[in-house]
Design a binder for this molecule. Sequence first.
Ligand SMILES: Cc1cc2nc3c(=O)[nH]c(=O)nc-3n(C[C@H](O)[C@H](O)[C@H](O)COP(=O)(O)OP(=O)(O)OC[C@H]3O[C@@H](n4cnc5c(N)ncnc54)[C@H](O)[C@@H]3O)c2cc1C
Length: 313
Amino acid sequence: MAQEPLVDELKLIPGLKIRLGEPLARYTSIKIGGPADYFLEVESRAALSQTLQLLDRYGVSFCLLGKGSNVLVSDLGVRGAVLHLGREFQQMEWREEDGKVLVTVGAAYPVTRLVREAVRRGYRGLEFAEGIPGSVGGALVMNAGAYGSEMEKIVDRVEGVSRKGEPVHLDRREMVFSYRDAHLPPGTIVTQVRIRLEKGKVEEARIKLRELVARRKKSQPSGYPNSGSMFRNPPGDFAGRLIEAAELKGKRIGKAEISQRHANFIVNLGGARAEDVRGLMEMARKEVKKIFGIELEPEVRLLGEWPSSSLGE
Ligand SMILES: Cc1cc2nc3c(=O)[nH]c(=O)nc-3n(C[C@H](O)[C@H](O)[C@H](O)COP(=O)(O)OP(=O)(O)OC[C@H]3O[C@@H](n4cnc5c(N)ncnc54)[C@H](O)[C@@H]3O)c2cc1C
């Protein structure tokens, strides 16, 4: 429930849009999720710092939602605040320096659009990210990757804000990445990322892009909303292979289904609930453990208020 004095103070921050009890399903790629107590659309860095300071003062917890393509939001929604970055966080600036290419891009910029901008200029190194439907900030935080590359390989510098609203600057050398995790200090909000690319030929970049688009089309389900890979690949194996071998492809709970096309995807057939998706995740985890002795770890981040479960964060 929203606290009135906090709402009154939030209203005084320029560049902040406040929605109370906002349903989150429309902000997630799988189209699932209950309401956030406070949904805060932040239009500037100054507004972001002030908002975080205020939330800290009132002891209200928060999380950041990017393009919602790697999250499962509870049916009960999120207690506290959900922050969403607005227009000021969509800027992009290209620079060539001593034969290197640097692009500084706002955290809310869509990854796929950035890939296409790079390819159009003949810059190489980002093609792997074509088809990843997230924001630049989300891709950084998740160390998003595909086809043998990942954000770790191209990140140069990260700008952000701490949970208390103070500026954070991280140089690549100070950062430790691992599979699908950038290990940022807890509560850090990424506002901008500087990426280093190589100069190349436009035609070569286009050919590479076409090849990867075709590979993605072949292997991933299309048509139904989903959150991408639900589980991380265990070392030396693939979560999708294990779930398929456990004969779970096509299994349904309510309106959620383990994809017939790729067993590490769960699709929303229309009106699925977060509990349905979580039920399928638990089923996959249990069966894979029973048959192969392998513990699958969720890749998708569970947000919000959940009944206790082995999958929660
Ligand atoms: C069809 C499909 C295909 C996909 N393919 C791939 C793939 O090939 N490779 C891959 O790695 N992923 C893939 N994904 C998963 C997802 O797109 C990526 O993880 C993406 O980078 C998430 O970005 P987002 O903006 O949607 O983040 P969200 O889903 O909104 O958030 C993910 C996490 O990052 C945090 N976060 C987001 N933005 C910020 C920020 N600015 N500051 C701090 N924290 C932030 C959130 O709090 C949350 O914990 C796929 C998803 C779908 C639906």
